[in-house]
Design a binder for this molecule. Structure first.
Ligand code: CA
Ligand code: CA
Length: 190
């Protein structure tokens, strides 16, 4: 252990593509890769759900499970470094050029946030899905009745076509005034 580690530390796989996609600086990608390698205890080259559950920030995040699921789209059970970096890029302000095309962009962050709610992936946030997230986020301080109330109000305010669910367009419109960059910040890196 350790003998060749120092020379391999910065050999980030697919580095060029990751830099382009995420808008991260090279230093950030290198730090993320070190973090990835630490999480990948058995040096498999990819992370499992159990590995990600070791991230303290996610363990204490009320929607940590939803965020962890975002690393494993399309039924996959492992996340390689590129996937890891892409998902984390949603939670970081853009660094350097590339703005609107990379996953740091506002639209991309919105889509990602929408997916965190839309757990059954039918393209709509249902009442039950809102309730589930709200329960996780503010569950302890409010009664079930209050929670139902907040859910109804959230839907009423965002639901423009009256189907009792929130489409991506409705979602994007309702959070238009929020500072999504700030809301989506999650400090994975120390
Ligand atoms: Ca849904
Ligand atoms: Ca609707």
């Amino acid at each position: 252990m350790g003998g060749q580690a120092s020379s391999q530390l910065f050999a980030v796989p697919d580095q060029e593509q990751i830099l382009r996609e995420t808008g991260f600086s090279q230093a950030t990608v290198e730090r993320l890769y070190q973090r990835f390698q630490v999480l990948d205890k058995e040096e498999k080259g990819y992370l499992s759900k159990e590995d990600l559950e070791g991230i303290g920030e996610l363990a204490v995040n009320p929607i940590g499970d939803q965020i962890i699921n975002a690393f494993f789209q399309d039924g996959r059970e492992t996340a390689d470094f590129q996937t890891f970096a892409r998902v984390l890029a949603h939670f970081r302000p853009a660094e350097g050029p590339g703005g609107s095309e990379n996953v740091n962009s506002r639209l991309s962050k919105l889509k990602f946030a929408f997916q965190l709610y839309d757990q059954d992936k039918d393209g709509k946030i249902s009442r039950a899905e809102i309730l589930q997230v709200l329960r996780l986020m503010i569950g302890i301080q409010v009664t079930d009745e209050q929670l139902q109330c907040i859910t109804d109000r959230t839907i009423q305010e965002a639901d423009k076509d009256g189907d009792n669910a929130i489409s991506f367009e409705e979602f994007a419109k309702s959070v238009e005034k929020l500072n999504i960059e700030q809301k989506m910040s999650l400090r994975i890196l120390k």
